[in-house]
Write a protein that binds this ligand. Structure first.
Ligand code: IPE
Ligand code: IPE
Ligand code: MG
Length: 281
């Protein structure tokens, strides 16, 4: 039976958006609420929440149980983009075809909205309707993936704090932290909420790492025309060429597929692994 990823994703995104809108209380000061809402509902693909739902559903779990974790990961991802675009970081004026948060509002708002999204993410997990022990494990998963052992560490590496990035190995190390850690965490949290034991959590973690890296390789192929030549940042396409980058992305997606194909309901996880390398956006 074929699986309709577009229909499944649209429903899941709409469930997520409804839930997230209800979390951001209109009673909060507009000064902070608006620069939080602007990037959160600004056209993100919601890859990480979709992976979280898909992992939970693969084990027969209910999407609504995974909602706080899916939203928490999207809050962290959103904050990471808001801060990544700041003048002190990548200094970007546009994201998703519109002004970045510090351009649409101001720098202080972008910093504070990012801080608030980061903090709220953990509050969503702490207050989720899940067993206390599971909530603690999820908080620990997310803090590992978001902090210096994960995304923040990768961002530091990306701006050269961990030494030069001049070969595939060092580029991969940065990406595993910068994008891989959150993607892996999304899958692991979804799996845990679906009832995965430790053996299955490890398998889902490997699926997440493979999809995360495949996503990044595909990203470099999509961005290849924007590569700023020799002086610009390193990319897989620059180091390996388009064909080899694509070949590796496809191999990683196939590996990811193998890891989950024997789960009870793997269709969404399998389709998302394919999407990571076949996407055009
Ligand atoms: C963009 O991530 C930045 C990276 C981590 C490569 P996404 O491609 O998931 O961004 P949105 O949320 O869909 O815009
Ligand atoms: C985005 O990274 C930020 C994080 C992954 C935390 P990049 O700088 O590589 O991606 P874009 O080009 O801003 O989306
Ligand atoms: Mg950037």
């Amino acid at each position: 039976m074929s699986f309709d990823l577009v229909a499944w994703s649209n429903t899941a995104r709409s469930d997520l958006d409804g839930w997230m809108r209800a979390q951001l209380k209109p009673s909060w000061p507009k000064r902070i609420l608006e620069p939080m809402q602007y990037p959160l509902f600004g056209g993100g693909k919601r890859i990480r929440p979709l992976l979280c739902f898909a992992a939970c559903e693969a084990l027969g779990g209910d999407r609504s149980a995974a909602m706080p974790a899916a939203a928490a990961i999207e809050y962290i991802h959103t904050y990471s983009l808001v801060h990544d675009d700041l003048p002190a970081m990548d200094d970007d004026d546009e994201r998703r075809g519109r002004p970045t948060v510090h351009k649409a509002f101001d720098e202080a708002s972008a910093i504070l909205a990012g801080d608030a999204l980061l903090t709220e993410a953990f509050s969503l997990l702490a207050e989720a309707d899940l067993p206390a022990e599971l909530r603690i494990t999820l908080v620990s998963d997310l803090s590992d993936a978001a902090g210096y052992r994960g995304m923040v560490g990768g961002q530091a590496g990306d701006i050269g704090m961990g030494g030069p990035i001049d070969d595939v190995q060092s580029l991969m190390r940065v990406h595993q932290l910068k994008t891989g850690a959150l993607i892996r965490c999304a899958v692991v949290m979804g799996g845990r909420i679906g009832g995965a034991d430790e053996e299955l959590v490890s398998r889902l973690a490997e699926y997440g790492m493979s999809v995360g890296l495949a996503f990044q390789l595909a990203d470099d192929v999509l961005d290849k025309d924007e590569d700023a030549g020799e002086d610009g940042p390193p990319s897989y396409v620059k180091l390996l060429g388009v064909e080899e980058t694509q070949r590796r992305a496809v191999a990683l997606a196939e590996r990811a597929d193998q890891l989950v194909s024997s789960l009870p309901h793997p269709a969404a996880l399998r389709a998302l692994a394919r999407f990571a390398v076949e996407r055009t956006v």
